[in-house]
Structure formats: C-alpha cells, structure tokens
Write a protein that binds this ligand. Structure first.
Ligand code: SF4
Length: 301
C-alpha cells in the first residue's frame, strides 16, 4: 500500500521501503490508477516534453499577449546567461527564471502548457527542473524523478489545503508550485526525502498569505513574474536545505497554515480581481480596456 496524504505518511513510506519520494510517487500512481510502471513513466515523459516545448516556444518565438500584459521577457532573461559575471544570481537561477516566464508567456499567448499544478502556477516547476537539468547536465531519468517528487508534494497540498486560487489565493498556486519544485530539485540533487520536505516547507512559508489579484482576471499580471521569482525561491530553499538549514515548522504544519489562511482570506483576494493589484490605477485601466463594468467603491472596500 502506497497511499499518503501528508509528508509524515510519505516519509514513513520512503523509510520503510528505503526509496525516494519519486519512487513512492510512481508506486502510488501504479496502485491508484492501476497502471504499469512503464505507463506511469510514459505519461510523465509526455508531460516533460510539453513543458520543454512551452518553454522553447516563448524564447524562440516571443509574442505579445492580450492588452500587452506579457510577452518578450523570457528572451531578455536568457540574455543574462551571456553576461554571467555581471549578474547577481547564478546561471541556474537566471535560466530557471527565464523558463518560468517563458511558460507563462506561452500560456498568455494561448499556447499549450502543462497546468502543474495549475495554469497560473505553471512556470515554477518546469523553470526549476528544466534549468537545473540543463545547467548541471542531469539525465532525463533524474528530471523525470524530480517531476514525480514534485507531484507527490502537490498531492499533499491538495489533500491538506488546496491548489485552487479561488479557495486559497496565490499561495495555493505559485506557493504550491514553489514547494513542489523545491522538493523535486532537492531530490534531483541527491537530497534525502527529509531534505526535500524541508525545502518545501521553507519554500511554501515564503509564499504564505499571498493573494490572487490578477489584472482584469487574466492569468498574466502579476502571475508570470510571481512564477519568475518563485523559481528563484525554490532553488534557494533547496540550497538552504542541502546546506543543513531546517524549517522550524514542518511541511505538514505549513500546509495546515495555508488552509487556515485560505479560510480567513477575503473573497476579494481570491481570483475575483476585486482587490490588491487588480484594483490599482493600472489594474483599473486594464479593466476598462477590457470593457469590464467599472467597480463601485463598495466592490473594493
Ligand atoms: S495571481 Fe491568481 S491567477 Fe495569478 S498566478 Fe497567482 S493565483 Fe494564479
């Protein structure tokens, strides 16, 4: 039996069978969907391929999105890789940021992406995983395992809190993606399951309470740049975990905190575009351009 709902369950399974989180994720999926190992891996390979296509599309063929809110930033970030000694971050972080933005830009241009875990938070995991694999010349097998570990963390967040912005704000989309990527990349780097869960805890804590406030209700601003910086956070959390820094609050408790925050977060800050950045001067200008009805002060207050 490979059922788990918490990292506590997952870590126990890893210990019992002396395997990684990725391996438990494979066995869970085989048991849950009655599939052979080869089918589970094939499906994740297909996911990985779509992620790569989405990233390369926006870099090679940048496109402006509706209302000029997105497009063309991924190639700008890629240029930073040629200015290595002048950049404040490392090449892997810069590439991860570029790939995270690229995924969001492909989405904004109506291209195909993988909602991993959701469309709004779809940039962080491919950003981190693909960039790490390229910069450190990791095998596709390792990359696949990283994605499977990320999936296991996503399932734990879905079971313990939510992956829906309408229910929990941006902490449930980009925040969840940071936790997923942090664990995935930590295992890819040879970290233990405990270090992977610890990286997730630190990553998610940094995004707790972040609201969903997209301009005009479109998944573009602030979504894409939140993914960009989320990718750098996931890599930083992984580094910290592998260097021995421990989250004082374990991951399962961070997930419980996310659920608690979601329950008390105003509906105006949960995907309705009635608060936060959506009602700034710029947000209201976009709303007007889109032909949406003007907001009354009572809608916002
Ligand atoms: S702001 Fe809202 S729509 Fe945008 S990524 Fe965050 S949760 Fe998704």
């Amino acid at each position: 039996m490979y059922q788990f709902r918490t990292t506590n369950d997952l870590l126990k399974l890893c210990k019992k069978h002396n395997v990684s989180m990725a391996e438990i994720a494979i066995r869970y999926e085989m048991e849950h969907s009655n599939k052979h190992r080869a089918e589970v891996l094939k499906k994740m390979r297909k996911t990985m391929k779509t992620m790569k296509e989405a990233v390369h599309e926006a870099i090679k063929n940048p496109q402006d999105s509706a209302f000029h809110m997105a497009g063309g930033d991924a190639p700008k970030l890629m240029k930073g890789l040629k200015k290595k000694n002048k950049m404040a971050t490392s090449p892997v972080v810069l590439r991860a940021m570029a790939y995270a933005v690229a995924t969001g830009e492909t989405n904004s241009a109506m291209g195909r992406i993988v909602a991993f875990p959701t469309a709004g938070g779809a940039g962080v995991v491919p950003g981190v995983m693909l960039a790490f694999a390229e910069e450190f010349k990791t095998t596709n097998k390792k990359l696949l395992e990283g994605l499977l570990t990320a999936s296991a963390i996503g399932k734990i967040i879905a079971d313990g809190a939510t992956l829906s912005a309408a229910a929990g704000g941006c902490q449930a989309e980009v925040g969840a993606a940071i936790a997923m990527a942090a664990a995935g990349v930590t295992e890819m780097r040879g970290g233990t399951p405990e270090q992977a869960a610890n990286a997730s805890a630190m990553g998610l804590k940094s995004f707790l309470g972040v609201v969903c406030d997209p301009l005009g209700g479109l998944v573009a601003v602030p979504c894409i740049k939140r993914n960009m910086l989320g990718a750098s956070t996931a890599l930083a959390a992984s580094d910290a975990s592998l260097l021995g820094v421990e989250s004082f609050i374990p991951f399962d408790e961070v997930v419980a905190a996310m659920k608690n925050i979601a329950a008390i977060m105003s509906p105006k800050l949960r995907e309705t575009a009635l608060g936060g950045l959506a009602v700034t001067k710029t947000g209201l200008r976009i709303r007007k351009k889109m032909g949406l009805p003007p907001l009354k002060p009572t809608d916002i207050d």
